[in-house]
Ligand binder design. Structure first.
Ligand code: ADP
Ligand code: MG
Length: 723
């Protein structure tokens, strides 16, 4: 139960008395740049743990993590490859432009010399092969992956143009398209270079997280500190963290006191004071004191590693609009080919303007219809959303959940630990049995049983026994009744502690003559099945709870409390916070039915709970929000995990969902909408009446611009305030 407890000999746990089990050796390492993830330079949605080629476009995957140098350089190399090809071909492109008879005619100059045709051919060929290579490779990859798309279209368009020009040079007399094709390639190279640069900006956050872990740590060995690589640390090692340094791993403070800035992991901007026995998180910054820390988690288990994993999963999990975008992109690919073939046929046969004109228009139409912006529209947004969320302490596990979150009209809160602090303090002990057990004795017997319970009420009772310096006897036959209480045998007596329904279920006698204390949580205690008294506890309502409920109401969202606690306690909290509905005395198994009930009334329901016994209701709700995950971010049943214990973050998460959706819709409208005008223009529809044409290089510029606009629009999301 307590992974921090580590002894060299077998025995029982000093924390809970359970038998110690043998520890499994761990082979895992700290996450470093070497364990980097790989992504497609063109498609941030593709994330793999191994290097290789992109399954979608066939491009070589590049390390995602900026790590400690290496990853960054090789990611940049793919981006710089486009840049290099752009600059190397640029003089040749200018050269072909200047030699083009048409350009000379338009600008009224004349450069003629023998062999000019062969020179243009040579320059055009160089540009075609050297500049076009990345597109051919990627196009081939797409076709091999049976997923022809953007790159196939680009490769196809420039090949059509080039083949046509070669034929015009050698086979039949006619104008060539060299300068058009050259500029087209040039613009594509430029577009991809700029686009990759912005996509890199969008994916940078995972790399930033990996960079939080300092590469080395001060290991304490026989009271001397040795500097070692972080990845060589083992669980149980003692390390020293000096003021101003980053904490290298998750651990527990053994000595020292300091305030720690945990903002990068939990989103909490105020520094947190850390004393003995408190947990620290790797990657956070130790501010003013020195801390000696015992390493508790390494490798994939650390909070940072888990957060990175969650972000990765979130980025891989597709929102439903993605399917729509994918479908639209497929359709558009065919539209592009159809528009290209259609315009060639039309302008060549039906309205003969010559092969050059027809081919130019065909190339323009294909280029402008490339569904690239559409392919990027959603993934760039989800990438930024998941990292923006993480920065605010909101981890998105399932994009579909975040997608619906904007439509939520009912938020159901678990009471204990969510709306309240979950730190119960004992208010009053009332011995009430016939045998007149003393207050202390009642507390001792109950405390002994509750040491084995994980419930926050149990912790409150145990805390009180510590305050009163009571020694707790051993307990045997412990059994927990979720949502009701616990039983166990202490000093040969059968003790039951829990709510009224537990005592009734156990058939305890004497429970009728009760002294009631309004608004306090009562733990009834029975000894040998006879009622002996009540321990009253109270919990503190979080200050943020009230604001959260108010904000939700302002957003038109109703709120409810769902708790296993008694009606009068629940209603008092409900009144205090102003929630719309109170579901009290609900057993854990029944909580899910309350969610179903709201859903049947037609509500879109979010359930906010600590994830311990709320798992079924988190799953049942449209959006399951686990709160207060702290370092245990891997909450299974939730769609969204909140790192902090702050109900206001629910409001933030809903806002994030709304903002995300806005961006997705804007991007989709832009990415599809621009085609409505661009494709017909490129195909020459407005030529006869208005003389408007879209030359291939302008088509390429427009196409690239539309992709870049989509990325930039998504990047704007980074600046968003969620409150
Ligand atoms: P919540 O819904 O507020 O999280 P639970 O469902 O966990 O509450 O528990 C419901 C009630 O069951 C508590 O209010 C308490 O009366 C009783 N209970 C549960 N566990 C214990 C325990 N270990 N000791 C005493 N009472 C308990
Ligand atoms: Mg609970």
């Amino acid at each position: 139960m307590h992974p921090i407890v580590r002894e060299t000999k077998p025995g029982t746990c000093p924390e809970c008395g359970m038998y110690l089990v043998k520890e499994k050796p761990k082979a895992e390492k700290i996450v470093t740049a070497k364990d980097a993830l790989y992504t497609c330079p063109m498609d941030p949605e593709i994330i793999r743990e191994q290097p290789g080629n992109c399954p979608k476009c066939g491009m070589k995957l590049v390390p995602l993590s900026g790590g400690h140098g290496t990853g960054h350089e090789s990611h940049a190399s793919a981006e710089f490859d486009f840049r290099r090809r752009f600059f190397i071909t640029l003089p040749l492109v200018i050269f072909t432009i200047l030699l083009s008879p048409n350009i000379q005619k338009w600008f009224g100059f004349n450069v003629q010399f023998p062999g000019i045709e062969s020179l243009t051919f040579a320059a055009g060929t160089l540009i075609f092969f050297y500049g076009g290579l990345p597109f051919f490779k990627a196009g081939k990859g797409e076709i091999l992956a049976k997923n022809p798309g953007m790159m196939t279209l680009v490769a196809f368009a420039i090949t059509v143009g080039y083949t046509f020009s070669v034929a015009a040079t050698f086979l039949f007399p006619g104008e060539s398209l060299y300068w058009e094709i050259s500029t087209l390639i040039s613009v594509f190279l430029l577009g991809h270079w700029l686009e990759m640069r912005s996509v890199r900006g969008a994916t940078g956050a995972l790399a930033e997280l990996a960079k939080l872990i300092p590469p080395s740590a001060h290991l304490l060995r026989d009271d001397k500190s040795v500097d070692v690589l972080t990845e060589t640390l083992k669980i149980g090692d003692l390390i020293l963290v000096k003021p101003g340094e980053k904490i290298p791993v998750d651990g527990v403070v053994v000595s020292g006191e300091s305030s720690v800035n945990e903002a990068m992991v939990t989103g909490e901007s105020r520094p947190v004071v850390k004393k003995m026995n408190e947990k620290v998180i790797g990657g956070t910054i130790n501010q003013d004191g020195s801390l000696t820390v015992r390493v508790a988690k390494i490798g994939a288990e650390t909070a940072i590693a888990q957060i990175m994993k969650l972000i990765r999963e979130a980025q891989a999990s597709k929102p439903n609009v993605q399917l729509l975008a994918d479908k639209a992109a497929n359709v558009l690919t065919f539209v592009a080919i159809f528009a290209g073939a259609g315009s060639f046929l039309y302008w060549f046969t039906l309205s003969p303007h010559g092969a050059v004109f027809a081919a130019t228009l065909a190339v323009s139409a294909i280029v402008v219809a490339c569904p690239h912006a559409l392919g990027l529209a959603i993934p760039v947004v989800t990438t930024i959303t998941s990292t923006l969320g993480a920065k605010n302490g909101i981890l998105i596990k399932e994009m579909k959940g975040l997608e619906i979150a904007r439509k939520i009209d009912y938020v159901v809160f678990d009471k204990t630990g969510t709306l309240t602090r979950g730190q119960f303090g004992v208010e009053k002990i009332i011995p009430a049995g016939a045998e007149s057990v003393s207050e202390e004795e009642l507390l001792t017997l109950t405390g002994a049983v509750e040491t084995l319970s994980q419930h926050s009420i149990a912790q409150g009772i145990v805390e009180e026994t510590k305050n009163r310096r009571l020694t707790l006897p051993a307990v045997t036959g412990f059994k927990s009744f979720p949502g009701k209480g616990a039983v166990g045998t202490v000093n040969g007596k059968n003790i039951a502690a829990g709510n009224l329904s537990l005592l009734k279920e156990l058939g305890a006698v004497g429970t009728e003559s009760l002294v009631k204390l309004q608004g306090k949580t009562a733990v009834y205690v029975a000894v040998n099945n006879t009622f002996q008294g009540i321990i009253y506890l109270a919990d503190i309502i979080r200050t943020e709870s009230k604001t959260a409920v108010k904000r939700l109401h302002q957003m038109g969202i109703k709120t409810a409390i769902l708790t296993g606690d008694t009606r009068d306690v629940a209603e008092e909290v409900g009144r205090e916070l102003g929630v719309d509905t109170v579901f009290a005395q609900v057993l854990p198994d029944d909580k899910v039915n309350k969610i179903k009930q709201l859903q049947q009334e037609g509500h879109i329901v979010a359930m906010v709970g600590d994830g311990v016994n709320d798992a079924p209701s988190l799953t049942q709700a449209h959006v399951g929000i686990a709160i207060g995950a702290g370092t245990d971010v891997a909450v299974e049943s939730a769609d969204i995990v909140l790192m902090k214990n702050n109900p206001l973050d629910v409001v933030k998460a809903i806002n994030l969902s709304r903002k995300t959706n806005e961006k997705m819709v804007q991007n989709l409208i832009w990415a599809t909408g621009y085609n409505v005008l661009a494709i017909p223009t490129a195909a020459g529809v407005f030529y006869p009446a208005f003389g408007i044409l879209l030359r291939p290089e302008w088509a390429a510029l427009l196409m690239s611009a539309s992709s870049i606009i989509v990325v930039f629009n998504a990047l704007l999301l980074r600046k968003t305030k969620l409150e």
